[in-house]
Write a protein that binds this ligand. Structure first.
Ligand code: PLP
Length: 430
């Protein structure tokens, strides 16, 4: 039985799995196995030839990961998903599924530091060129596009700037030119569904809010199934040309009977097969657990973050607070157009006294953890200039919005009085 609904609160509990076929277990079992017995040589042959979908080897697919993939795909309004070992792996796969050496892609400058490094160094080293553009003007994406541009890439709610990305505007430009938009929606599951605004692919570091409890590293890519790869044959050779590593399969044709899943099937059977980095079944189980309470947690995260932003705005030692509801003009309009039910739980601020005061503030925190993470149920704080963004040059730091005195908070779901109490005492000490 499948549950027909669009409500996220129900999907996270029911989509893609009702009970275990083998045991009737209601909780999703952890299928801790590397391989799967074939019924016959014909069965094995059909699985390898993709004539039939089924389990072969856990580097490429696993029944526990499969439930997570189905659940997140349903939540996002996509057609299928792929779970991988980390958010970094998800970003790498999302881009390399379309780009070969000599190709380029256009990315927003407003990125997580690790993604910035991946794009500007590691991908460049293998011949894939990133073209960074300022997303303040969506037309910058059009200007940077040429015949070898394979995709656009951006984060919905990039920290530290917290300027909501103009998904609709850039997706529309991309659809006009035949370029798909890949969105990293890590910081705002539930409150934003990028596919509804025209994005073609969504990726997550499930390490953050989806896991929610700071226990596991993971990543996930969702295929919207809404991009016509065949209408732009020359732009997407990885999907439209015979693949010599898979009996000359043309992915847009080979999987047509299974639905519009050419992109995600290729990511699984080529990139995951060759590059590895699958999600472990145990971590998939943890993410399934996290997902069950995600709508509730996101609501609590967002409510607390709004109160923290208001508190900091009124504090005499704080010179500047960054939170979507405190912005005005075009940035506020973008936040309102793309978000529903909250504005996320990341809050940035600058302190009187610069880097030294920021350091004293962080050292004085007692409830907040000082960690390089976001999206934990617990409240977290960090000084990006000396940590997450420290490998960037001073110019790159400024381009991504990191000033010397900037402190980033990932507001948790503790009682708001305790969160504000800790901030108050740490500000006193700063
Ligand atoms: N995307 C964003 C927005 C992130 O914040 C992070 C990690 O901090 C990543 C991607 C990378 O995810 P992971 O640490 O799971 O590899």
């Amino acid at each position: 039985m499948t549950v027909e609904t669009n409500h996220p609160e129900t999907l996270v509990l029911h989509a893609g799995f009702r009970r275990d076929e083998a045991t009737n277990a209601v909780a999703v079992p952890i299928y801790q196995t590397t391989s799967y017995q074939f019924d016959s040589t014909e069965h094995a042959e059909n699985l390898f030839a993709l004539k039939e979908l089924g389990n072969i080897y856990t580097r490429i697919m696993n029944p526990t990961c499969d439930v997570l993939e189905k659940r997140v795909a349903a939540l996002e309004g996509g057609v299928a998903a792929l779970a991988v070992g980390s958010g970094q792996a998800a970003t790498t796969f999302a881009v390399l599924n379309l780009c070969k050496a000599g190709d380029n892609f256009v990315s927003s400058t407003d990125l997580y530091g690790g993604t910035w490094n991946l794009f500007s160094n590691t991908l460049r080293d293998i011949g894939v060129e990133v073209r960074f553009v300022d997303p303040t003007d969506p037309e910058n994406f059009r200007r940077a596009t040429d015949d070898r541009t394979r995709c656009y890439y951006a984060e919905t709610l990039p920290n530290p700037k917290l300027n909501v990305f103009p998904i609709r505007e850039v997706a529309d430009i991309g659809r006009e030119l035949g370029v798909p938009l890949i969105m990293d929606n890590t910081a705002c599951p539930i409150i934003c569904r990028p596919l509804d605004h025209g994005a073609a692919i969504v990726m997550y570091s499930t390490t953050k809010y989806i896991g929610g409890h700071g226990t596991s590293i993971g990543g996930l890519i969702v295929d919207g199934g809404n991009f016509d790869w065949e209408a732009h044959r020359e732009r997407f050779p990885t999907l439209n040309e015979p693949d010599p590593s898979y009996h000359g399969a043309v992915w847009t044709e080979a999987v047509k009977p299974l639905g519009p899943i050419a992109y995600i099937i290729r990511a699984r059977v080529i990139l995951l097969r060759d590059l590895g980095s699958p999600m472990s079944p145990f971590n998939a189980f943890q993410f399934i657990q996290g997902l069950e309470t995600l709508p509730l947690r996101m609501r609590a995260h967002c409510e607390n973050a709004q109160k923290v932003a208001e508190f900091l705005t009124n504090h005499p030692k704080v010179t500047h607070v960054i939170y979507p509801t405190l912005q005005d003009g075009e940035f506020r309009r973008r936040a309102d157009a793309h978000f529903k039910g909250g504005y996320g739980a990341l809050v940035g601020f600058e302190l009187e006294g610069g880097r030294e005061a920021g350091g004293r503030f962080i050292n004085a925190l007692q409830l907040f953890y000082h960690v390089a993470n976001i999206g934990d149920a617990r409240s977290l704080a960090i000084h990006p200039a000396t940590t997450t963004h420290s490998q960037l040059s001073p110019e790159e730091q400024l381009a991504s919005g990191v000033s010397d005195s900037y402190v980033r908070l990932s507001v948790g779901i503790e009682h708001i009085d305790d969160i504000l109490g800790d901030l108050r005492q740490a500000l006193d000490a700063a």
